[in-house]
Write a protein that binds this ligand. Structure first.
Ligand SMILES: [Zn+2]
Length: 192
């Protein structure tokens, strides 16, 4: 690979991004820490960002489509052919599922599906960071049965139920920052 070649730049970019991507996924899973983003801005809430599916750098959702136009890895992927820039929505949705899939292993397929569809906000971050809430979400999704048997808003209802629990935990974290659903249940049980 010749120096300064586009191929080399793309490969290097990919390596750097992989490290940052892994870091960001662990931040999202733990619910604490700061994510590494392509361009600094006032907001550093993970929910405002998503990953480019090609180079895996994190961008503001509203700016992702702009990045796509100049992404070296994307250009590398499509070769020299000038492919039309994808619609913003598709890029953001694919970034979302990339993050969710990286944060959860394949056996959590049902939870993945739920999190891809759940609105990205602080409540979602709380839910994703809590092991017990994720398990609860998985069980509720499993209880829906096969896709064929599901009603249209079944997944939405699971989402709402899990988010309600997430709100409880978020509230608890205002007084006990490292509270988990497990500690909440444990301590309220011993207090009875
Ligand atoms: Zn990119």
């Amino acid at each position: 690979m010749p120096k300064r070649s586009r191929e080399r730049t793309a490969k290097l970019q990919k390596l750097i991004s992989q490290g940052n991507f892994r870091h960001n996924i662990s931040v999202i899973k733990k619910g604490t820490g700061e994510i590494v983003v392509a361009r600094r801005s006032a907001s550093k809430t993970p929910a405002d960002y998503t990953a480019c599916e090609f180079c895996k750098t994190f961008h503001m959702k509203k700016n992702l489509w702009k990045h796509m136009k100049s992404c070296v890895v994307r250009r590398e992927y499509y070769g020299s052919s000038n492919v039309e820039c994808e619609k913003r929505i598709a890029a953001v949705r694919r970034g979302k599922s990339l993050i969710v899939n990286a944060a959860f292993t394949s056996e959590d397929g049902l939870v993945n599906e739920l999190f891809v569809r759940m609105r990205d906000d602080d409540i979602k971050q709380v839910v994703i960071s809590d092991e017990l809430l994720c398990r609860e979400a998985g069980l509720r999704m499993a209880a829906l049965g096969s896709k064929r048997d599901q009603k249209q808003d079944d997944v939405y209802r699971v989402s709402q139920a899990v988010r309600t629990l997430g709100r409880v935990l978020q509230l608890a974290r205002e007084t006990v920052p490292d509270a988990t659903m497990y500690t909440l249940i444990h301590y309220s049980a011993t207090a009875l």
